[in-house]
Design a binder for this molecule. Structure first.
Ligand SMILES: Nc1ncnc2c1ncn2[C@@H]1O[C@H](COP(=O)(O)OP(=O)(O)OP(=O)(O)O)[C@@H](O)[C@H]1O
Ligand SMILES: [Mg+2]
Length: 509
């Protein structure tokens, strides 16, 4: 007799249906798992056997074959333990077999029969709901799975015995509640930054339109400080974005206690990050930093210190909003719509462009350092600002800067204008920076003066086609911050000024 249990295999953030078929046949005692299992799945055998034993059930002296179908889909991870165990229990008559049809099952078993945390409960729950089924997952993942749908049937038992008792009707498991983590830590405030008005303005524009930003300046001028203040001026995630972001975190196993958070992701990987850490992949396919920063910010401090290959691997995600990784026999895609914020010193000694300073190695100090960033990558960065050193003298005094709260209000207002505009146009877009080239031309209505300025600038500065569209989009954001419908000369002039790199970046540009 064959018993069947529904489970899933993850491909990117998608949960593909997998059938666990368990056959108990007469013959010499034998237990095998087939259907392209990886090491963790193959080891399932030992955990299942021990967990069943701990739950008072021993395996019969028969031939047990477990098939994971479809056989050509690779199966990774430890979440196949529970479906295999339930399939066996149904085959042995320990639980009714018909009830399992209504559920998608996933969970890792401990040797004592308790259920351990797994990755991917949220995408699995969303997948199960779309197939009209309920979900069985470990207790620790219940809070996360409950977000998939309010009315969905979810069982999140702490152990195999608790689940068996539920099916036998001797113990009732209640539905888990959607869990959200209330982050109480206060974010750093813009008011801490003295001076640096240009950089602050660029940060506000970047936040409002989702544009990429590069800050260049000498050590200690406040670049890292500015970047750390970006999360404080960005609006919270919308419910739709929250689910997208959490699906990636869930697959990466980054949801603490199965709780979701509506704070926008802010990822700041160290410059020693490898390609696999940055874009994903590796032995066990996991989303990389670009995907964990989906719908949020990827901050790369000390930009040229990253390996040039790692930096160039960002080109595809920055343009397409998703990352595709080729695996041995298939490819997987993770969403990665990110806003890139980068900070760098202009040269190795850090002081190029400072009044009165000459680098020991002359111009080569800056050229060699900046050459680590490729032209195409730089072309994708709309806003580039110089962050000059502030003297200690400027620090002394009582000038009060604007707080993050004030700036956040303007950013939110500008974002609402953009969302309304895209909704009216029925465009699948949230911020100006994400608009396609054709959409950018539609939304960027310029006045006569603006058009003339664009013409002049295009002629004298020889913009690339990408640069032209990106300038239009930044101009649109600046006009949105002003709350005006037509982009004027003044808005475009500011956009062009950010595009043409500051003096310190002249070499790289
Ligand atoms: N504009 C500023 N207002 C107030 N404090 C500042 C400012 N700029 C720098 N500081 C002080 O200097 C310290 C260093 O700033 P930060 O780490 O942001 O510099 P950085 O530009 O990232 O330097 P590096 O290039 O070395 O990484 C801050 O912690 C802060 O104390
Ligand atoms: Mg720094």
């Amino acid at each position: 007799m064959v018993s069947k249990v529904n489970t899933v295999a993850f491909q990117g953030i998608e949960a593909r249906p997998v059938d666990v078929q368990v056959m108990i046949a007469p013959g010499k005692m034998h237990f095998s798992i087939v259907g392209l299992p990886d090491k963790a799945v193959a080891e399932s055998r030992e955990r299942v056997q021990a967990a069943l034993h701990a739950s008072g059930l021993s395996l019969p002296h028969k031939r047990i074959t477990v098939n994971l179908a479809p056989a050509d889909l690779p199966k990774e991870g430890s979440h196949y333990d529970l479906p295999i165990a339930l399939g066996l229990m149904a085959g042995l008559g320990a639980i009714p077999s018909d009830v399992l049809n209504d559920y998608v099952v996933l969970g890792e078993l401990s040797l004592d029969g308790s259920l351990a945390n797994i990755v991917g409960a949220l995408p699995a729950a969303i997948g199960a709901n779309a197939r009209g089924k309920g979900l069985i997952c470990p207790a620790s993942s219940g809070g996360e799975a409950a977000w998939a749908d309010r009315d969905m049937d979810i069982l999140s038992p702490p152990s195999l015995i608790a689940l068996a008792n539920h099916f036998r009707g001797t113990q009732i498991l209640s539905r888990p509640l959607p869990a959200i983590s209330q982050l109480t830590d206060t974010l750093p405030d813009m008011a801490d930054i003295k001076g640096q008005e240009t950089a602050k303005r660029a940060l506000e524009i970047a936040a409002a339109g989702g544009h990429n930003l590069l800050m260049a300046g000498p050590p200690g001028s406040g670049k890292s400080m500015l970047a750390a203040r970006l999360p404080g001026i960005l609006p919270d995630l919308t419910p739709g974005e929250l689910l997208e972001v959490s699906m990636v975190s869930s697959i990466a196993g980054e949801l603490a206690d199965g709780k979701l958070t509506n704070r926008r992701p802010f990822r700041a990987p160290h410059h020693s990050a490898t390609m696999a850490a940055m874009v994903g992949g590796g032995v066990k396919a996991r989303p990389g930093e670009v995907s964990l920063a989906h719908n949020g910010v990827l901050f790369l401090d000390e930009f040229p210190e990253f390996s040039p290959q790692v930096l160039d691997s960002l080109r595809q995600p920055l343009e397409a909003g998703e990352t595709t990784i080729a695996r041995a026999n298939h490819r997987i895609t993770y969403p990665s719509r990110i806003q890139l914020i980068a900070a760098m010193n202009p040269c190795r000694c850090g002081m190029a462009g400072e009044p009165g300073h000459t680098c020991k190695r002359g111009d080569r100090c800056a050229t060699d350092y900046q050459a680590r960033i490729s032209g195409p990558l730089l072309d994708r960065i709309d806003l580039r600002v110089d962050v000059p050193a502030v003297s200690a003298m400027d620090m002394i005094g009582k000038t009060v800067s604007e707080s993050s709260e004030e700036v956040a209000k303007r950013v939110l207002k500008a974002q609402r204008i953009q969302q309304n505009r895209f909704e009216e146009m029925d465009a699948d877009c949230r911020l100006n920076a994400h608009a396609s080239a054709s959409l950018a031309e539609v939304i960027a209505v310029t006045d006569l003066g603006g058009e003339q300025l664009l013409r002049d600038a295009a002629e004298s500065m020889k913009f690339s086609a990408r640069a032209y569209h990106r300038i239009l989009k930044v101009g649109r954001t600046i006009a949105d911050l002003d709350g005006v419908a037509t982009i004027g000369r003044i808005h475009l002039a500011e956009a062009i000024a950010y595009r043409t790199a500051g003096e310190r970046l002249a070499i790289a540009a």
